[in-house]
Design a protein around this ligand. Structure first.
Ligand code: FAD
Length: 279
């Protein structure tokens, strides 16, 4: 039987998680992941990795709870396994082990993909603004510093979540900023100063810590994250497209749960539209 050609666009935590779920659960699909950027150059690489989710106002709470629970269970299982230190690496090697193909490529529009693939899965984060013309997706800029402070044993987060100290394996991540609509990827010296001042107020020993690096990421934000399927007319063909983007500041937290949901939508495409998918 010829396999159904599925392409996933995006190599952040959402794209890779979604690609792994599809490759593992739907053996009738051959899965290719295309992306302009890969680790360590995605937003997902700089996230502190804390499991914490806000609420999307118009998505049923039950669905959001399930995304969180599925992700929590998945990450807990990894954390308790011997593979915990290389969990991020496992995501891409797990995809390749499941038979997935990975190629570096910027996709300018979905038409480019319609002749080579039967189902398109869009996990391009902020890139969806141009790729699918979504004016609802916007950046929330976040700047963080990595500092050497091995004496820190506990994380500290202030009430509104703007100032935090998260000790990790390779230094502590301290932050941060939440600047809506700000596209700047350069480090801002004013932000650096403000982060050091705010964090030193929370934990005075931070003022003695050596700054190892500074990093800026743009959270791919949307009033409601977009996890749905549609059928798009591309080059005269009806092509199923599954969208999974707009996770804002909660992408690491919700990645696995939303990936499972996206995989179910691909499964529905296979069941309901066999003619379109060239089965
Ligand atoms: C400072 C900071 C701290 C954070 N901390 C946390 C945290 O503690 N916990 C948490 O849950 N979340 C956190 N987040 C949020 C989290 O990082 C994001 O929600 C998550 O990374 C989004 O993942 P993504 O895969 O959608 O996007 P990205 O990681 O941005 O990936 C998008 C991918 O799509 C590709 N792409 C885009 N357009 C195209 C195109 N046209 N053609 C080909 N490829 C394309 C890109 O190259 C990239 O590979 C934080 C974010 C920031 C900035």
């Amino acid at each position: 039987m010829t396999s159904v050609r599925v392409v996933v666009v995006g190599a952040g935590v959402i794209g890779f998680s979604t690609a792994v779920c599809i490759a593992e659960a739907l053996p009738s699909c051959s899965v290719t992941l295309l992306s302009e950027k890969f680790s360590p150059d995605t937003t997902s690489d700089g996230a502190a990795g804390i499991m914490f989710a806000g609420e999307f106002p118009d998505i049923p709470l039950e669905r959001q709870r399930l995304w969180f629970k599925d992700s929590f269970d998945h990450l807990l299982a990894i954390a308790q396994s011997q593979h915990a230190p290389e969990a991020g690496v496992m995501l891409s090697s797990g995809f390749k082990r499941a038979g997935g193909q990975v190629h570096q490529r910027k996709v300018d529009n979905l038409q480019e993909l319609s002749n080579s693939y039967d189902i398109i899965v869009n996990c391009s984060g902020l890139g969806s603004k141009l790729l699918v013309g979504d004016s609802q997706v916007y950046p929330v800029r976040g700047q963080v510093l990595k500092v050497e402070a091995p004496w820190l044993q506990h994380f500290i987060r202030d009430g509104d979540g703007k100032t935090y100290i998260y000790p990790g394996i390779h230094g502590a991540t301290i932050g941060g900023t939440r600047q809506e609509g700000d596209w700047r990827l350069e480090v801002d010296e004013g932000d650096t100063k403000s982060i050091l001042e705010r964090c030193s107020r929370l934990e005075p020993s931070i003022s003695k810590a050596k700054v190892l690096s500074e990093w800026v990421g743009l959270r791919p934000s949307r009033r409601n994250l977009r996890l749905e399927r549609e059928v798009v007319q591309l080059q005269g063909r009806q092509v199923p497209v599954v969208h999974n983007y707009g996770h804002g500041g909660w992408g690491v937290t919700l990645a696995w749960g939303t990936a499972l949901d996206a995989m179910s939508l691909v499964r529905q495409c296979l069941r309901e539209k066999p003619a379109q998918a060239k089965l």
